[in-house]
Design a protein around this ligand. Structure first.
Ligand code: ZN
Ligand code: ZN
Length: 173
């Protein structure tokens, strides 16, 4: 640890290795390393920490929720813009997706291959399930094309109640 005297107070300059991060699974780490390499980008500790935080959650996080988690874990203030930059980066390399319906972010469940996805979003617990939906997306695109419509973005999000929440509700009756 390097201690710097900066006038009034002593600041402990955190080195890369000291950055506290959520415990990431070997699978997620391997994906992160592979996709960054593929994109010719660096997987910096702050980027990895942001990804790890999303990967350990049971539900998608908004940018501000991610920011709060990172600040708590790293015990320091982080600029909101920084969280957005990490999210943009993670989306760009294909590690993270964004749900448009509630503006939250979730780790991709199969980033090792290119895909179009649709999501099952539970309104009760907030969880989101990513489904490979090549069929759904191609049917929608075909229909759009027949109407002379050119699609440039596919967003398919189904809202409702997940299996766990339905079972939980059934048990409590
Ligand atoms: Zn995905
Ligand atoms: Zn649920």
């Amino acid at each position: 640890m390097i201690l710097r005297w900066t006038g009034e107070r002593v600041t402990a300059k955190k080195t890369k290795d000291e950055l506290k991060s959520a415990r990431i699974s070997a699978k997620h780490r391997a994906w992160a390393e592979a996709l960054c390499e593929q994109a010719g980008e660096r997987l910096t500790p702050p980027r990895l920490a942001a990804y790890a935080e999303l990967a350990v959650q049971k539900r998608p996080l908004t940018a501000y929720e991610l920011l709060a988690c990172l600040e708590k874990r790293q015990d320091r203030k982080i600029a909101p813009l920084t969280a957005y930059r990490h999210l943009d980066f993670l989306m760009q390399v294909g590690l993270v997706h964004r749900l448009e319906s509630n503006q939250s972010y979730l780790p991709c469940s199969h980033p090792d291959e290119p895909h179009e996805s649709c999501y099952l979003v539970c309104r009760t617990c907030g969880s989101a399930d990513e489904l490979e939906s090549q069929n759904v997306v191609s049917i929608l695109n075909k229909t759009a094309k027949e109407r002379g419509f050119e699609t440039d973005r596919n967003i398919v999000e189904l809202e409702g109640t997940c299996k766990d929440c339905i079972e939980k509700a059934a048990k409590s009756h």
